[in-house]
Design a protein around this ligand. Structure first.
Ligand SMILES: [Zn+2]
Length: 198
C-alpha cells in the first residue's frame, strides 16, 4: 500500500523549503521524495503542519493534529443519543477542512432567538451563534479560533425522537452541496439543526 505519511527523513529534507517559491532542483527532489500525489498536492498548496510536520490537508488545517484535539474533547459533550454522538465524532475525526466539522452546540450558545415560520417538517427560527464556527487551531493559545458571532437559521424538528443517522447524512450532504453547514443541539427532547453559510 502506498504511504500516506511522510517519513522523518523526507520531512527533514523539505522542511526548510519555501513551498511558494520552490526552485527547479527542489521541485525535482519533491517529485522524487513524495510519490503519493495527494500528499504532494497538499504540501504544495497548504505547506507542512507546524506541529507534526505532515502536509496540511487544507489551508491552516492538519487533519491528523485536529482529530486529536477533537478526540480529547469527546468526554466533554454529549447529545444524549449514542448514534448522533458517533455521527458527530466521525465527522470531526475525518474533517480535512474546517467546513466538514460538525459540533454539538448547547442552546445557551445562541442569542436573540426569534420565531420565523412553521414549515413542513419543523419550525424555523433565526438566531445568533455567539462563538461562531471553528476556523483553525490556535497552537499558541491551544484552543480553536472561531468566526465570532454569526447569524444562523434554526430548524426545530417535529418527531425529533425519530431522528436517524441516515437523515443527518442527507442533511449534511445537502448542506455541503449548497455551501451551507449544519450543526446540532438539543433542548427538552427537541433536536434543532441549524444552518449557516460560509
Ligand atoms: Zn499536524
Amino acid at each position: 500500500m502506498e504511504k500516506t505519511y511522510l517519513n522523518n527523513d523526507v520531512i527533514k529534507q523539505i522542511k526548510g523549503f519555501n513551498r511558494l517559491k520552490l526552485t527547479e532542483k527542489q521541485n525535482l527532489l519533491i517529485d522524487k521524495l513524495i510519490s503519493n500525489e495527494n500528499l504532494k498536492t497538499c504540501y504544495k498548496m497548504y505547506g507542512l503542519c507546524k506541529k507534526c510536520h505532515q502536509p496540511n490537508t487544507s489551508y491552516d488545517w492538519c487533519q491528523l493534529c485536529n482529530a486529536k484535539y477533537f478526540q480529547q474533547d469527546f468526554k466533554n459533550w454529549t447529545s444524549g443519543n449514542n448514534d448522533i454522538d458517533e455521527f458527530i465524532r466521525k465527522a470531526q475525526l475525518r474533517a480535512k477542512i474546517k467546513n466538514e466539522v460538525i459540533e454539538w452546540i448547547e442552546y445557551d450558545k445562541f442569542e436573540r432567538v426569534e420565531y420565523l415560520a412553521e414549515g413542513g417538517f419543523g419550525t424555523t427560527f433565526k438566531a445568533n451563534w455567539k462563538n461562531g464556527y471553528i476556523i483553525y487551531r490556535d497552537l499558541v493559545r491551544n484552543r480553536w479560533e472561531r468566526s465570532e458571532s454569526v447569524p444562523v437559521a434554526l430548524k426545530c424538528l417535529h418527531n425529533s425522537q425519530d431522528i436517524t443517522v441516515e437523515f443527518l447524512r442527507k442533511v449534511r450532504n445537502f448542506s455541503i452541496f449548497f455551501l451551507f453547514f449544519f450543526q446540532l443541539f438539543i433542548i427538552s427532547n427537541f433536536f434543532f439543526l441549524f444552518f449557516f453559510s460560509v
